[in-house]
Design a protein around this ligand. Sequence first.
Ligand code: SF4
Length: 538
Amino acid sequence: MEVANILVIISFITVVILMLIIIIFGIYMFFIDRHQKQHPVLRNYPVLGRMRYFLEKLGPELRQYLFDHDNEAKPFSRREYQHIVRKAKYKRDVIGFGSQRDFQEAGFYVSNSVFPKLTEEVKMDRKTKVRNKRYLLLKDPLFTQREERMEEHESLAYLLDEKDTIIIGKYTKYPFKVRGQIGMSAMSYGSLGERAITALSEGLGMAKGTWMNTGEGGLSDYHLMGNTDIIMQIGPGLFGVRDSEGNFSWDALLEKSKIPQVRAFELKLGQGAKTRGGHLDAEKVSEKIASIRMIEPFKSVDSPNRFKDLADFPSLFDFIEKIRNHTGKPVGIKMVIGNQREADELARQIKELNKGPDFITVDGGEGGTGASYQELADSVGLPIHSALPLVDHALKKHAVRDRVKIIASGKLFSPDRVAIALAMGADLVNIARAFMITVGCIQTLKCHSNVCPVGVATTDPNLQKALVIDEKKHRAANYVIAMRKGLFRIAAAAGLESPIYFNRNHIVYKDETGHIWSLDEIYESIVHGKKTLPNTNG
Ligand code: SF4
């Protein structure tokens, strides 16, 4: 028999065998589906019904890449995502052919001045520069990959003028002096992998004048890699500052405070997406994570949803005072505001007891890198635009605003959003997810599962290979610099010499009918509960 004929027979037999396997497998699945008790669709439509689950699984990707409009999708629309990536990659953010914002929708607007400040009239540090890398786009063809190369680039760091330095804890032994108003929100090592934390630390260090919050997972070597300023967060689990019994360790705290980059401490009372205690599965507690958090390796660990011994403001303020005296460094609190009464009580007690935090991080419910419960993330605590005015107003009312700085966090990823938060009462802002995007996040929304496909929110060494620190650190630096530049630009447009001068008068709110609300009117509405309160979530 000829070789060709033999090959035809072999191919035929292979195809028949394959078809038989598929048919047998199909029949097998048919019986499995028909007799399972969990899914009614599969009981009525065995095998075929599986298409529904397949398409449902692919849905987020299909919507993200094919069907969603540029301004749709949560948490970040394509337009918002690209806004962040452009800043990080190219250190620029010029758009063509106008805005895509829906001007019919309600939202905040910055009031521009008829006579904006000229560039030379803007008050900023004109000496400090940053030399790093950015991408240069060469060609962007339709069918092949875009051509671009990295180039060295020097720019101003866009820091505040030295005289405008923001001082946190001015009565402490070691006040924290800040020359940029944008920093990185709390993201723990463990929640993000070591490569992501290192790239962010190095990028922020390069950008200068910014800070990194460790998150409640404790201070790791990776946070220190870039020599950027650090706010060390302490959560109810006391990770990184506890003894073998799980009690607060003053020795461990002192040790951390001696690290020069650690500029301040923050007690986490609540966080937008996580007004709850924490849980870390045993398999996630590696030797490294265990040693940083000062817990036992490969053993599940729970943290309560409140510091056990701190159940009221006096006990909280006493603890803050002790930490401040022990370390000489400023101490703040991170909280989610639920209503005006609590904000008012906080400010009243600061005044009455003559002690309290050096800064308050007001967290809206908009954020959250880690695992949370849907009902808490969606409905517990106020979003940042409602919460900020309450805190600012309460501190002013009780005449303690001058000694407490406010840091705002809650999806403030663009200069206009930062400007609005500053006008609402914040001194500084924290950003989390936009920083994750600078180091590669593509929004697959799997941060809680340790299977992040781009190596950002995972400690899996194999997945982390996707993240190249030497490339991503430049993006983190570029993003901060471009944000600060944009903030100066928007301040100049509002007729201000510096973004530190933003106040209520520089913002208006336009509702769906086109009616304009001043921020004072909104304050009145929120603080005094007037019935005319507009929808301020825009
Ligand atoms: S890519 Fe997905 S899993 Fe990774 S950080 Fe982004 S949202 Fe989280």
